[in-house]
Each structure stands twice: as C-alpha cells, then as structure tokens.
Design a protein around this ligand. Structure first.
Ligand code: MRU
Length: 363
C-alpha cells in the first residue's frame, strides 16, 4: 500500500540483504520512520515493543528473526534456542508460533552450512505468501460489501456502506493489504461508496493512530469514534457491518482479538448487524477449542492505560498522565468473542461459518 503515493510493505529486506527494515509503528501517525533489524534480538525487541504488531506481521518478523539468527549460529542448538526465545516475545497471536514453527520445520533437515541462505529465502516466501493471502481475503470480503451495497440501494436505505472496525487489522498489521481492511480497500478501489467507523481502540489507540492513518493515506472516508460509540451507532442503523481482524481463532470458531472486540460483537448481535472476522488460515489454532478458557491473554504495562501520548501544540509528541496518582490500572490486551456471535470468517479460501464442521475445509 502507499504512503504519500509511494508503495511500501511493512517489512522488507535491505538491498544488500544484510538486514530487514520495518516501519516503526510506535511513532505513527505523527512521525514516519523506519528501523533496521540486524539481529534476532532486534526482531525480538521490535515485536515486544510493538514497533511491529498485528498477528500476521508478528509472524513474519519472527521468521526473519530466525533467519537473522542463522547467520550467526546455525547449529541445531542455536536453532532451538532462537525459536524458544522468539516464541516468548508476545503470547496471544498464534501467527508468532506458526511463523517460527514453519521456519524450524524447514531448516531442521538442512545441513548447517545451508541454513542461513535458505532461512532468508523462506522468510521472504512467508512474507510474499502473506501478501497473496490478504489480497485474496480482500476479494472474498469485497463480495460481501458489494452485496450489502446493492441490497441497501435496492431497499432505498442509502447509497454508502458503513463498516465498523476495531483496532488495526489493516496493511500495517500484515505485510501488505491487511485482513479486515483488505475487503475495504478492494471495495473502495472498485468504486463502491463506503465509510469506515474507526474505534479508537484504547489503550494503545491502534484505531485512532494506525487505522485512521492508513485509511487516510488511501483516501478512504472514515470517522474515528470513542471506543464505546459502536453500540449507539448500531441502534440507530448507522452500521451496516463490522469487520475485525483476529490474533487467534480456535478450531470451533471462537475469535480472539483486541480488547473490546467482544463488546462490539454483542452489540452487533443485539442489533442484527453482521459481524465478520477476516483472517489468514495460519491464524487458526487447531489445537484449541474453547477460546475463553484456552487462549492466553496478554497483559501489558499499566502505564499504557494510565498515560496517553499525542502531538502537542509545539509539534512534539509527549506522553501525559490521565489517571489520579495512585489509582491502579489493569491492561488486558485481548478478549474472546464466542463463535455464536460471529457471522462469518473471511479467509483466503472464502467465507466460512465460525463452526467446527464448516471450518474443516480450511485445514
Ligand atoms: O496488540 P496488537 O496491535 O498487535 O493487536 C492487533 C490486533 O488485535 C489485530 O486486530 C489482529 O492482530 C489482527 S491483524 C491483521
């Protein structure tokens, strides 16, 4: 996708293949800057500190982390140690494990002397596959938006589709295109009139800072709303559909995504608004069934709740405290939406019911 008209991915190898570069997402939307990852430690830190974030991008960054590490030490022991270390970077997005396990399975049978070069190529393949998968998610999701649009016009209910999204599951959360936003970009490019309600997504504000920024870069009409606004909009017929991304989907279709997603799904259910989840199939964790009981939920620093950062009048980005001194804060990063509240899963292989039987065809 484009930044000021220039096409970018979120992660790419340097021209001499000595490192990978990323967009530092902790600085957006006010500062656009890139960072070089030269070692496995750099990749690990970028994931932990959320310079890269979003389930698919976390997986690809980890794959490059393994590749960078193989340049220093390519023994079996080094491979095992690297994988164990990277696996701990963040707990919830299963794509991290998926990316690392794919690298491990690919590299383990190879002679040590071939591992570094092969790992680099495999990480690049994973990145390219992510782009292709998301483009396909975009096409399948676009069909849903198109049909909602025609239905709306036919019934005289308006000429634009209003879509609500939570967090950032756009191209910044993947290598390119995004998951939840891929159908929106596809529909927008097709000329379907649409408008996106962007949940701010406290505490880290991925909606207000990242989703709003990338939609703005592409000229997609959007409005940022406070996190608790969605229910009101749905009650007043101002949301035609919700599309969100996910960090892990269980074999029976429970969906884990950024904290607050569950409340949107409840409101959508209560108001008859279709609630779709867009995901690449590597986001399905076939080993789990009950998402509420089994998916590990990341807890992050309380300072992300007690403080907020933004652009000050003097042009500097600063962090300020919101809460009274001494008030405790809890910071659960994700929640689980039970499958019964999900209208459908938009995958690269088509739209599938969030239900164990229907999901078998994605295995
Ligand atoms: O904590 P984050 O910013 O990594 O959380 C991101 C999300 O919750 C996204 O919605 C999810 O990873 C899907 S990304 C295509």
């Amino acid at each position: 996708m484009k930044i000021d008209g220039t096409p970018y991915r979120t992660i790419w190898p340097t021209a001499d293949n000595s490192a990978v570069e990323i967009i530092d997402q902790t600085k957006l939307p006010h500062i656009f800057t890139t960072l070089r990852l030269e070692t496995m430690r750099d990749a690990e830190r970028a994931i932990k500190d959320m310079q890269v974030r979003g389930a698919p991008l976390i997986g690809v960054t980890a794959a490059y982390g393994v590749a960078l590490s193989m340049r220093d030490h390519a023994s079996d022991a080094a491979l095992a140690a690297t994988c164990s270390k990277l696996l701990l970077a963040r707990p919830t997005a299963v794509n991290l494990r998926w990316g690392i396990e794919r690298m491990r399975a690919f590299l383990a049978p190879l002679p040590e002397s071939e591992r570094a070069a092969a790992a680099w190529l495999e990480a690049a393949r994973i990145a390219d596959e992510d782009v292709a998968i998301n483009a396909s998610i975009g096409q399948h999701g676009c069909e849903l938006i198109r049909s909602l649009y025609h239905d709306k016009v036919h019934k005289g209910r308006g000429y634009s589709v209003n879509i609500l999204t939570h967090c950032n599951a756009g191209w910044l959360a993947t290598v390119d295109w995004g998951t939840a936003l891929a159908p929106i970009y596809a529909a927008f490019e097709e000329g379907i009139p649409l408008h996106v309600w962007v949940d701010e997504t406290r505490p880290r504000n991925q909606g207000a800072s990242l989703t709003a920024w990338e939609l703005g870069q592409h000229g997609v009409p959007h409005t940022v709303i406070a996190d608790n606004t969605g229910g009101h909009l749905m009650q007043h017929g101002m949301v035609d559909m919700c599309i969100v991304g996910t960090d892990r989907v269980t074999a029976r279709g429970d969906v884990c995504n950024k904290i607050g997603t569950y409340l949107k799904a409840l409101a959508a259910h209560d108001n008859g608004v279709p609630f779709y989840v867009a995901l690449p199939t590597p986001t399905i964790d076939w080993t789990l069934q009950d998402g509420v009981k089994e998916i590990p939920i990341e807890e992050r620093a309380p300072e992300e709740v007690t403080h907020i950062s933004g652009l000050c009048d003097d042009g500097q980005v600063r962090s300020v405290q919101l809460t009274p001194q001494g008030s405790r804060a809890a910071n659960y990063g994700f929640d689980v939406t039970p499958a019964r509240l999900v209208t459908g899963l938009i995958t690269e292989r088509g739209v599938v019911q969030a239900e164990a039987g229907a999901m078998q065809k994605l295995r």
